[in-house]
Design a protein around this ligand. Structure first.
Ligand code: FPP
Length: 250
């Protein structure tokens, strides 16, 4: 076996790592005859609530899918509104996140973002780097396949440099080259907006995640819906290939 399998968990536990696909902003706006960008703007409130609730419930890592590699294909005015919203949200929220001991990290093809946003990202990461509370990761210009391809390239480079033997490549070394390197895999994936798919999010890291879907649109995702997801997670027995009896004796 290339790496130890994850530990089974008994019922009632809080997920260490929650990942969220925030979907439904556009439909929320359309239902109100508003432009799509106003849905994204309304979604910031749910981001804030998710961060607060995750920290209060004892979640250690929260990873949010804010903009996928494929989202570059959206109409130019929507992409530009989203980028401005990220800059504005960072400007408005980082001090508060810092006060609340949140450590912020961004993952994705960040070199594709414009300079203004890249600078904001880098400053916010530096400012919160020593914080010891919730680890908040925002995926922007991120795609799961891209992540895997980049990790493969990094391993290939190590092989070419002679610092890694092909036969030494295993789960653990592969994981260490991915964007979420150093973090435990998400235990729970939440997706709002009614679709039941992964949409090229954390393809490798979600291997064992419990998946929880809701029809609630992202701007309407509130504490009670988040708690519903956590409650459902707590009712699951995660076996990772073990038998139910083995898990009971953990
Ligand atoms: C998907 O909904 C949502 C996005 C592509 C953007 C998510 C961004 C935010 C919630 C803004 C704030 C984020 C941060 C990190 C400050 P959609 O537009 O695909 O909705 P639809 O499926 O109804 O069209």
């Amino acid at each position: 076996m290339s790496s130890p399998s994850p530990k089974p968990t008994v019922n009632g536990s809080v997920p260490r790592h929650v990942a969220i696909i925030m979907d439904g902003n556009g439909r929320w706006a359309r239902n109100r005859n508003k432009p799509r960008r106003s849905g994204h703007r309304a979604g910031v409130k749910s981001v804030r609530m998710s961060v607060e609730t995750a920290a209060q419930r004892g979640v250690e890592y929260l990873t949010l899918f804010a903009f996928s590699s494929e989202n570059w294909c959206r109409p130019e005015d929507e992409v530009s509104a989203l980028m401005s919203l990220f800059v504005e949200a960072l400007r408005r929220e980082v001090d508060e996140l810092h006060r609340n001991n949140v450590r912020l990290k961004f993952v994705g093809a960040l070199h594709e973002l414009d300079q203004k946003l890249r600078i904001k990202i880098s400053k916010s990461e530096q400012k919160t780097a020593e914080n010891t509370g919730l680890r908040l990761t925002i995926a922007i210009a991120y795609g799961g396949r891209w992540d895997i391809v980049e990790a493969s390239k990094a391993l290939a480079r190590d092989v070419v440099d002679g610092t890694l033997a092909v036969d030494d490549i295993d789960d653990e070394r592969f994981t260490a080259k991915l964007q979420l390197s150093g973090m435990p895999d998400p235990d729970l994936l939440i997706r709002t907006g009614g679709e039941q798919r992964i949409s090229n999010f954390l393809l490798w890291n979600l291997a064992y995640a419990e998946l929880w879907f809701t029809d609630v649109l992202w701007p309407e995702f509130d504490v009670s819906v988040f708690d519903e997801a956590l409650k459902c997670y707590a009712s699951k027995q995660r076996r990772f290939g073990h038998t139910g009896d083995q898990v009971e004796t953990v």
